[in-house]
Design a protein around this ligand. Sequence first.
Ligand code: SF4
Length: 554
Amino acid sequence: MKVVLSSINSKYIHSSLAVWYLYAAAKQAGMGRDVFVSETTINNTTEDIVADIASYSPDVIGFSTYIWNIEQVHKAAYTLKQIFPQVKIFLGGPEAGFDTDRLLEKDYVDFIIKGEGEGPFVRLLKSGFVDTDKKVIQGYCHEYVNPYTPEYLQRLKGRISYLETSRGCPFNCGFCLSGRDENVRFFDMETAKKNILLLASSGSKTIKFVDRTFNCNDKRAREILRFIAREREKGNIPEDVTFHCEVECDLFTKETLDFLKTLPKGMVQFEAGLQSFNIPTLQAVNRRTDMNRLVGNLKEIVSGHNIHLHIDLIAGLPYEDFVCFGQSFDQAYEIGANVIQLGFLKLLKGSTLEAEKEKYGYKYREYAPYQVISCDSISYYDLLELKKCEDAVERLYNSGKFPNTPTFIMKKTGLRPFEFFYSFGKYVFEQGIKSPSLEKYAATLFEFFSYTGKEELRDIMAVDRIITDNTGRLFAFSHIPDDNFKKVSAAIKTEKVKIFENQQKKAAGGKIGFAILYTTNQVVAADYTDLDPVSGIYNHKYIDFAKFLPENDL
Ligand code: SF4
């Protein structure tokens, strides 16, 4: 009997662990030869996904389902049932765990494994998948299965790898499925440590902890991070491997915050959910966050400059209208995180908010990803307006390409952060500018805010370009023909003006970029061999312009 486990990932670089858990469980039970993993992505056509699965001539096909792939799963499963009428098709994963009756109505779905699949999958495999027709099989994993088989590891090079050291979440946020039973189980620490070393040597450069709240046990989180730091120091973990953790920052103790500051730059990235600053909103979604402590801890992490911090806000939550969301955004902006992700609420099947949809007047799309259309507190049109703000935040803030420009403009105009991003996002939309290049986007920003002072704005944008882009080329609108350019270039190349170590060699290899700043009579120079892994900014210095001129030019 041949069983194919299909993982339709959201991108090639992702490699969902779910199917690999089942594969490893089968191998552990001595039945690995019967099981095959088909990895494709949502960007593949249904024909390609089907062809890959069909190439194994399967008797049973299992799909791992999520909001991002469920539509493709339906199409692929339907087609495969046409090709192989005798094949048994089952679904697992978060999308299959709820709404099971509706899924079982589909002709092409034979059964569903709900919850943890390792145990039932092996049982069914041993029995030849008998007596499964139109059934929901409840899963529970009694014994930890290590998913890191050689077959999985060999596919990881250049991709993101995933590591689970705990399962479940002790919280129960209304919009999320992870904490539905408010139960968390921790896996063995020694196994976790071994797996960290295994993944770090697999060629994967980003290791993501899929623990729903990595630091729900503060001491344990510290132990794991301390282990990583020590092994890295010993040379057992390459320095270019980054560990990504989803954290609840209000849970960090003072001891952990102090410890975090000692971590090497760029070793860890944190993703912290804020969702909103509005207290009634947080109460409605059962977020028991201590906001003062949360903000204090987040600022503490930012002040260390060694951890890349990503924070999330969600638009469309109960009791938060357009104005209120803007206020939440302003408070989030003040924290100074590297990324502010502005998400839009999805009403996930099985979530508390979905069960309470009438209470809050939710209207939402019935198909994945179940995007909210409107609710009592926010209209469809206001959500559309927030999309314009989101676009500007992505391009001007999260891209890391404009580290100084937004602050400069806000200072000049007196605009609040939300007003700044929203007004520009709205302008871009009204101009009908779709998917602009960075050059076009920057030129539009310059034009829109040139009333704040063209010369100063040009200089700030020239700085941002030079310190974040290793081509050393300015945007066309900020390029000013100037004979002095050659003099500065020569002074850098000959080290007449010494700015960086090994400057001559770097300059000869095109590794130094510079721009003349006319409003301050300075030159900004960047060393493209020295990138800050947290901010994405190259090491740079400001030097008096006069220093670059031969004596008789002064
Ligand atoms: S949002 Fe985060 S903290 Fe809340 S239940 Fe989900 S995983 Fe847990």
